[in-house]
Design a protein around this ligand. Sequence first.
Ligand code: SF4
Ligand code: SF4
Length: 464
Amino acid sequence: MPPKYHTQTASAPNRFPAVTRSGVIAWEEGCLKCARCVKKECVYKVYETRALDERQMLDSLDSACQDCFRCVQNCPARLIQKGVNPTYRTIGDHYWTPEILANIWSQAETGKIPVSGAGYGGPFSGPGFDAMWTDMSEIVRPTRDGIHGREYISTTVDLGRKLMALRFDEQGDLTHPVPPLVEIPVPFIFDILPFSPPKRRILRAFLRAATDLGTFVVVKESEWLPPYERYLPNTILLLDRGPDARNGHLLDRMRMVEVPDNPAVTEWLEMLKEKKPDLLVAIRMPLTPAAAARIAELTREGAEIIHLVADEFGMEEADEPFFIKDRLKEVHLSLVDKGLRDQITIIAGGGIAMAEHMAKVIICGADAVSCDIPLLVAMECRVCRRCTQGIACPVELEEVDPAWGSRRIKNLMAGWHNQLLEIMGAMGMREVRRLRGEMGRAMFFEDLEREFASLGARKTETPQ
Ligand code: SF4
Ligand code: SF4
């Protein structure tokens, strides 16, 4: 694999006891007081080192146990049992489930893809991304081994506006300027967090990781600080105060900025291009039912990148909201119909919680994805949202060491990148750019349901 696609991983142990799925239940009542208690035989010294973490009220029994079942099997009075750790069930919410959080923590710690050992244990259908399956038909072809080295799979994406044709004068010189294009080796950028404790150190971890991975971090101009200056080439400054940026002098060293969508956005774009013609300008817009029409309009007016943002559960802003994948399909297909799709880059984010979500958003029409909460989870966030109420973070994220945080984020993204390669290898895809909008290579629950319903209807209409 070329070095630009390879992310160095290194173990980055947890700072706090992890919340694990299974816990140990050890009853004292009925204990036979064996001379040689099975608890002493635990090779991981779980009972001998037992302690309570008072910051999180977690019993170390649950996080340190390695599930070997030795003590469970050998206690003569059957007083030791294994069960689901009650704390585990309380973390996260309906979308950021304990399984998703545990999966992210494991990848962030090791840089490796978690292996279940007993096959896939997740749902085969459900809401959101679980209602979509990717085509893995090429998995049986041993010649397609882009994952393991004979050929490589490119995960590079281009950010910027693309020309549909080049025009030359009689001397063979181009008659028009070529818009700037930036290539990133991975199809993701890091986005603004919907919640976090004070984030100076967190942001520094993001910036370090993005720089090492060759990608970008979106940073609000109002949160920009001089110590971040060395990361400017990998920063997308969100000019939330408009193009007359207070930090306008930074633009010289930047490759890309973002501006919020608004009625004057085309003029803002022109003003920024006047200041720096090779600056990429992305237009940030919330995901709404009006997205397809608005993006088509902006593409015709010369926009180069759209950053579409759903909420933290992947939902759009609407009374009856669509999920990100569904609205994105509409946006992509509408641009294809109008002959505009190849001119514009679409970055989409919100609710991206797993590697497969990244692949699915690209299949539904995004060129790249933006990732937010998983980066915080990589640094042990429990998605408890106490920080939104000004309550102390149980894992002290405001004090995180940026070097450790960036290592955890790189580990996670290396795991996601490897899974993306697995998915593309199994689909017979050599380039993530070709994955964009490949909806024919996926199945959608609602389509299948419609097809089966129509089969049933046809059968009842058949004359006897
Ligand atoms: S199940 Fe194994 S690792 Fe866990 S406490 Fe018992 S002996 Fe130790
Ligand atoms: S663990 Fe809770 S308080 Fe800390 S950052 Fe995460 S959501 Fe906020």
